[in-house]
Design a protein around this ligand. Structure first.
Ligand SMILES: Nc1ncnc2c1ncn2[C@@H]1O[C@H](COP(=O)(O)OP(=O)(O)OP(=O)(O)O)[C@@H](O)[C@H]1O
Length: 241
C-alpha cells in the first residue's frame, strides 16, 4: 500500500531563492510526524506543497496516491494562528462550517446535515459551549481549537498543523497533545513545531527541515546535533508532565 504522503526529490525556488532542495519524504498511514526546523527553514512552504497551493519546480508530491489537488477533500489544514484574521464578525459555528467549503458542497445556506456534522467536531474539541460566540472575543487556546475543529469538519484522513501550540499555555498544550493522541488513531498527522523537546515526547518520528530535510528516525537526536544543524533557534527542552 502506498504511503499517506510521498515527496520525491522535491525542489522549489521562490523569487530566485532556493527554499527547498531535493526533499524526499514518505509518511506512512497513521504516522504522527513532527516537522521541526529554524525560522524560514521551509516548513510552511512544505505544507503549502502538500496542500497543492504551490507546485514544485522539480520532483513530485503525492497524497494518498493522488495529486495534492485531487486529494484535497481528504486533507485538513490548521494554518499558523497569526495568519488567520479574527476581525470577521462571525461565529464559531460559521468558522467550523467553512471547513466543509471546497469539499464537495456549493455555497448557499447551510444544510441541516452540515450543522449535524459540526456537532461531532465541536464535541471532539470540547468547545460546544462556544458554538454561538463571535470569534473576536476568544482566547488564543479557544481559537486554536476552533481552527482544528474547522480542519476536522471534512473528516480528513490527513491532518496538517502549522505550529498549533504556539499561542496556547502549557495546560492548553498538554490538552492539545491529548487530543492529537486520540486523533492519530484515525488519521495521518504532520505537525510543525519549533519545540523539539515537547514534540519528540508525543510523535512517532521527527524530521528537520532547513532547505534540505534530515530524517532523525535512524539516529538519536541530541542537543549537539540540533545546535550543529540549526543553531539555537530550535528549543531542546524536555518538558516534564
Ligand atoms: N511567496 C513567497 N515568495 C518569496 N519567498 C517566500 C515566499 N513564501 C515564503 N518565502 C520564503 O521562503 C522561506 C521559507 O519560509 P517558510 O514560511 O516556509 O519557513 P518556515 O520554516 O515555515 O518558517 P517559520 O518557522 O518562520 O514559520 C523564507 O525565507 C521565506 O521568506
Amino acid at each position: 500500500m502506498e504511503s499517506a504522503i510521498d515527496l520525491e526529490h522535491v525542489s522549489l525556488a521562490l523569487e530566485g531563492q532556493s527554499i527547498l532542495e531535493d526533499v524526499s519524504l514518505s509518511v506512512p498511514h497513521k504516522q504522527f510526524l513532527g516537522l521541526i526546523g529554524p525560522n524560514g527553514g521551509g516548513k510552511s512552504t512544505l505544507l503549502r506543497l502538500m496542500l497543492g497551493l504551490l507546485r514544485p519546480d522539480t520532483g513530485q508530491v503525492r497524497l494518498l496516491g493522488r495529486s495534492p489537488r485531487q486529494a484535497a477533500h481528504s486533507v485538513g489544514y490548521v494554518p499558523q494562528f497569526t495568519r488567520f484574521t479574527r476581525s470577521f464578525p462571525i461565529s464559531v459555528e460559521d468558522v467550523v462550517l467553512m471547513g466543509q467549503l471546497g469539499h464537495g458542497r456549493w455555497w448557499g445556506p447551510w444544510r441541516r446535515r452540515d450543522r449535524r456534522a459540526v456537532d461531532g467536531v465541536l464535541a471532539t474539541l470540547e468547545i460546544e459551549s462556544l458554538r454561538h460566540r463571535r470569534i473576536e472575543g476568544l482566547s488564543g487556546g479557544q481559537m486554536q481549537r476552533v481552527l482544528i475543529a474547522r480542519a476536522l469538519a471534512c473528516q480528513p484522513s490527513i491532518l496538517l498543523l502549522d505550529e498549533p501550540t504556539a499561542s496556547v499555555d502549557t495546560d492548553g498544550e498538554r490538552a492539545l497533545f491529548d487530543l492529537f493522541a486520540r486523533l492519530r488513531q484515525d488519521m495521518t498527522i504532520v505537525l510543525i513545531s519549533h519545540d523539539l523537546g515537547f514534540v519528540s515526547d508525543h510523535v512517532d518520528r521527527v524530521v528537520c527541515l532547513n532547505r534540505t530535510l534530515v530524517d532523525h528516525t535512524a539516529e538519536p537526536i541530541t542537543a549537539d546535533t540540533i545546535a550543529q544543524l540549526y543553531g539555537q533557534q530550535v528549543r531542546m527542552v524536555h518538558h516534564h508532565h
